[in-house]
Design a protein around this ligand. Structure first.
Ligand SMILES: [Zn+2]
Length: 170
């Protein structure tokens, strides 16, 4: 069955993100995915890609067990990319070795509907903005303040708030 027709396993993405947060003893934002990756034995390298590859945000190299991140991108984008690629390493080890694996592009509309990409995005969202930390701060802070506190972009915070609590005005 084509990966494009599979349903994402949202529960697994969420469960694995929470398991890692617990094992890393994270109790306050911001979550640092670089530190988590390195603690798990996955190296993270900030590199300059060749001009023809400069639209790449990053990728996971399973042979090296390493995440390569475009050092010219915005820090918040890099944070999400690292969490996304960590999701591939944890959820998709076998797939990441296959030819189906696609690198996360800056404008990834072509691959964004693909099941592994959606699972990696869900993993990243739950890792960087876990429900238990949102519960703690969302009534005290605006979406912009939450964005700063959690060190993620405003759209990521808004998606997480909508996902966990429904669409409410902030
Ligand atoms: Zn990806």
């Amino acid at each position: 069955m084509s990966a494009f027709l599979q349903k994402p396993d949202w529960a697994k993405a969420q469960r694995e993100a929470h398991r890692i947060l617990e094992e890393s003893a994270i109790v306050e934002p911001p979550v640092n995915p670089t530190r988590i990756a390195r603690d798990l034995g996955t190296n993270v390298y900030f590199v300059t890609f060749a001009p023809q590859s400069s639209n790449i945000s990053g990728f996971y190299d399973c042979d090296e067990n390493a995440i390569f991140v475009n050092k010219d991108e915005y820090p918040l984008r890099q944070t999400f990319t690292i969490a996304h690629e960590l999701g591939h390493s944890i959820l998709h080890g076998e797939w990441a070795r296959s030819s189906e694996y696609k690198i996360l592009l800056r404008n990834s509309s072509a691959t964004s509907e693909e099941v592994h990409e959606r699972e990696a995005n869900a993993f990243a969202a739950h890792l960087l903005v876990p429900r238990f930390l949102l519960d703690k701060y969302r009534n005290r802070l605006s979406a912009d303040q939450l964005s700063t506190l959690f060190a993620v972009s405003a759209p990521v915070i808004k998606n997480r708030l909508a996902f966990e609590y429904g669409n409410q005005p902030y």
